[in-house]
Design a binder for this molecule. Sequence first.
Ligand SMILES: *Cc1c(COP(=O)(O)O)cnc(C)c1O
Length: 407
Amino acid sequence: MKNFNPADNIQDLQYFGEFGGVNPSISDSSTYTFLSAKTMFDTFEGNMEGCYLYSRHSSPSNLYLDKALAAMEGTESANVSASGMGAITPTLLQLCGTGDHIVSSRTIYGGTYAFLKNFTPRLGIKTTFVDITKLDVVEAAITPDTKVLYCETVSNPLLEVADINGLSLIAKKHNLTLVVDNTFSPLSVSPAKLGADIVIHSLTKYINGSSDTVGGVTCASQDFINSLKNVNSGASMLLGPTMDSLRSASVMKNLRTLHIRMKQHSHNAMYLAERFEKEGLKTVYPGLKSHPSHEIYSAMINPEYGFGGMMTLDVGSLEKANELMELMQAKNLGYLAVSLGFYKTLFSAPGTSTSSEIPMDEQIEMGLTDGLIRFSIGLDNDIERTFQMMKECMMELNILSSEAVLA
Ligand SMILES: *Cc1c(COP(=O)(O)O)cnc(C)c1O
């Protein structure tokens, strides 16, 4: 079998627009005509391939993007949505109902954490949060009611890495569905190839890469995608987080350069992580040998795309973190903003922003310290120049001493 390469799979798709254009035509209709009444009935019953009914269910532009993302993750099918949360919430609600139980990583995206902790209990769905890097702890949390094992490949913001192979063995043994949010590591990691049943992305981040929209996708078997879109019982169809066609066409154009961007994000983040670690700063990056999950991550990645663009530095206190972020923004090194995957570096203090849903005592237990800055490293052409400028900011604020630290 030829090696699975997600970027080749995207590149190999061929599209012909309605008028022979190299880009498929953008579909611009909410509803679709039928030549016969019988076809309309069959389409409602879900029996007609290639017929469109109503754009909350499917539209030609969304199906093109679905197909490209399914090719990228190596799943049978996919369903795009208006946001990452618009993919995560219907997927979990499709899998679980009253009385069901979820075992989830405790270091997940703040919105997903809030959904599982505060919202799904109202529907009778309970979640146990665990340290996902400890497979024995994960397995011990499973009950007879457990339906889903949920994690992120690389988790926000501490960059903990899930052993997807190991988790999939546990999921199979206990007949659970393994759902993996792969937002931080598109192309680098292919969770479905490592045993995940369902792979989710927030397209908002690397995949779109332009910070100009939110979007999401669920990649899974054809059966599961059909169930999400079922007109009578599908959580995506009934809750309605549909992506707009104009937007899905623009996301698809950005997807085509994802492989080039990921290589540059990874290259730049690796460079800065190595340099700042040498300077003596507490640096967390999965590409560093000092990272607790370095070995597991190395074994999982498609190496040419590297260890991704996310990195954290601990500068000691929230006050220093805030001063540094303001100074770096003033010096045009990036933006003080949440989110990731932009061409410019983005930085934020997770304790007060993206992870603020997590109560303070739990933040401390996780190692989410006050002085932590999360970086989404940009596509900077000259990363040595960036390093020198960042270092100057740190010396100005006495985060790094102005004397040469190490030879
Ligand atoms: C941003 C993000 C989400 C949510 O996606 P939206 O597009 O903002 O709804 C989910 N998971 C991860 C890991 C994210 O970074």
